[in-house]
Design a protein around this ligand. Sequence first.
Ligand SMILES: Cc1ncc(COP(=O)(O)O)c(C=O)c1O
Length: 349
Amino acid sequence: MKYGRAILKDVEGYVPGEQPKHGNIIKLNTNENPYPPSPKVMDVLRQIGPDALRKYPDPAAAKFRETYARHFDYPGPEWVLLGNGMDELLALAIRTFVDPGDAVLASYPTYSLYEVLCQLHDCRMEYVDLDERFQLTERFFGCAARMCLLTRPNAPSGVSSPREDVERLCRTFDGIVVIDEAYVDFADDDCMDFPKRFDNAVVMRTFSKSFSLAGMRLGTAVARPEVIQELLKVKDSYNMDAVSQAVALAALEDYGYMQANAAKVRATRARLRAALIALGFTVPESQSNFLLAQWDRSPSAREIFDALRAQNIVVRYFNLRRLQNALRISVGTDEECDALLDALRGIVG
Ligand SMILES: Cc1ncc(COP(=O)(O)O)c(C=O)c1O
């Protein structure tokens, strides 16, 4: 395309997981929550009046930010930012803190959007491989870059790293450390206290997974006020529409509902993992709402993916280094997981 920017020539763009158009599908490919959002969210949606749509929304999302800060024991809204999904906040952080040409550090494998965002901003993605147990290595801690993106729990392995490793990173890394906690509500611990303790720590979360609101696009960042201030300069003034702000607040105020669903997902995850291991898969212990089922026998992981697809069961296959012999499987309801296991028994059993 002769009018496009030169850097776009080699950019393919991010390829999201398939969203099948017809209904009769068991969809375990994009880590959505199998349970519906809080009934309080649905009430708020029904109550949206014409004025909420006629007028511009609050550009500062003040009410939400205040409530979020209080919920997580932070001094005030100046520590919080609300974004149009975490993906928006990740892009915003790169545009705010990384100059084109500079490096962004991440472990590999990780959330593949990071690399695309770096390409679009014309900065360099510096990957350091995780070890065979999907843990950070010594080399990772020795790397210099403008920003570090750390997915904890990691995607697509589901494995978490010790909090002490993240502490060490924040202490020694000379740049912004984004701790991507997209899946943290399914984990045993978190790093939400880090921005209080480290001036370079940014904790990002999403409402897409644990709050069952992927369709709404809600993400948050918590960091020191001077960090949030820089992000505010760069963000679109009206990045959060009025409906999203109302929904985000209602979901936050029904935190216990989210936690109950996360507990159900964790219970199903344990059952599914045990059953996959019994079938011969190698499955690292996951702290997320998905499992990485590794399989280096015949039929290949790709063939298993295709065979499941033919039975209307969609999981995720990444044709990427270290992931070619694996399927990433989102934890669905118990019934969905049983159907998946039945199908797998027919394919590999
Ligand atoms: C590790 C990780 N971070 C961030 C996101 C994006 O979240 P959101 O839906 O809020 O943009 C995802 C979504 O899949 C993810 O897997």
